[in-house]
Structures are given as structure tokens and as C-alpha cells.
Design a protein around this ligand. Structure first.
Ligand SMILES: [Ca+2]
Ligand SMILES: [Ca+2]
Length: 168
């Protein structure tokens, strides 16, 4: 009987760390997933490139510090956005300037900031490269807005950006 009890204790001692591991790992399942910022629709107007096709990029800046928060272009899902006056459906994400350590821009990164959106036609140093003010054309610059207002239920338009659905 005593032997049986000590065997049960031994089983418990062996199994306890496993129960603990399962309890800890199941907790992480319920942590909310970060919400990526995406562009799902975009149309620009009156923009032309000498080679014929446009390379449209969208850059998001912190409105107060001027820091680049993230950009989206050819390699992030805007490669087919190549002409004016046509509505393109996209599934484009934003890479952060520190993209080597953390790839995408999330709602959590902008929710407590005022932001400004720049839409450009890229000619040099594509995203994640910075805007080249000597080469790249500016298609539109938004007014500063509360980052929490960047959601895909709204359609933005400013300057020659006639339609932009962007957000989390
Ligand atoms: Ca170009
Ligand atoms: Ca550029």
C-alpha cells in the first residue's frame, strides 16, 4: 500500500511540470493578435511616369515627429497599381523602417499617434527606402489625423488620391 502511494506521488511529481506547461501555453492562445494596417483599395488620378507604368507607394508618418512609421509599395502588395484613373483592389501591408527586426506596421503602432499619409510615384530607392524628394512625385499628402481613425470602413481622398481604403 505504501509502495502504491509513493508510486502515485512519483507520477504526480512527473506530471506536474507537464500540466504547468500546458496551462502556460494555453494562456498565450488567448492573447490578442496584433492587427496589421492594410491598403485594400486605391485609385490615383492625373499621375504619369515616363516609362509608362506607375510605381505607387504609400508612406505613413508620425504627424508630430515627422518620423516614417511604415511604407507600402511594389514588394508589399502594390505592384499592380500601375496606372491613373483606375480603382485597384489590393491586400498590401506596411513594412516599418526597422523592418529587419519587425516586419509589419500594426494598429497598435499608430493608435496613440497623429499620422500623415503620403502617396507617391516612386522613381528611386523603393519602399522600404525613403521618399526621394528629387526623383519621386508626390501624388497626395493627407491632413494630420488621429491614428485611431485609420480604419477600412472609411474611404479617404486628398489631392490626386481620389480613393484610398486603408486601416486595420
Ligand atoms: Ca516611377
Ligand atoms: Ca523612393
Amino acid at each position: 500500500m505504501r509502495i502504491l502511494k509513493s508510486i502515485n506521488k512519483l507520477k504526480l511529481a512527473i506530471l506536474f511540470p507537464f500540466f504547468l506547461l500546458i496551462a502556460c501555453s494555453s494562456r498565450s492562445i488567448y492573447e490578442p493578435e496584433p492587427i496589421p494596417i492594410k491598403i485594400t483599395e486605391i485609385e490615383v488620378s492625373d499621375e504619369y511616369d515616363s516609362v509608362g507604368k506607375l510605381e505607387v507607394e504609400v508612406h505613413i508618418f508620425d504627424a508630430n515627429s515627422g518620423d516614417l512609421l511604415g511604407c507600402s509599395g511594389n514588394f508589399q502588395g502594390l505592384g499592380h497599381v500601375d496606372s491613373s484613373d483606375h480603382l485597384f483592389y489590393t491586400n498590401a501591408e506596411f513594412v516599418r523602417p526597422d523592418y529587419q527586426t519587425r516586419t509589419y506596421l500594426y494598429y497598435e503602432d499608430i493608435q496613440f499617434r497623429d499620422i500623415i499619409i503620403w502617396v507617391i510615384e516612386d522613381d528611386d530607392n523603393p519602399c522600404p527606402g525613403e521618399i526621394d524628394h528629387g526623383q519621386d512625385d508626390i501624388i497626395g499628402i493627407s491632413d494630420p489625423m488621429d491614428g485611431r481613425r485609420l480604419n477600412r470602413f472609411r474611404i479617404l481622398s486628398f489631392d490626386n488620391v481620389v480613393h484610398l481604403r486603408i486601416g486595420s
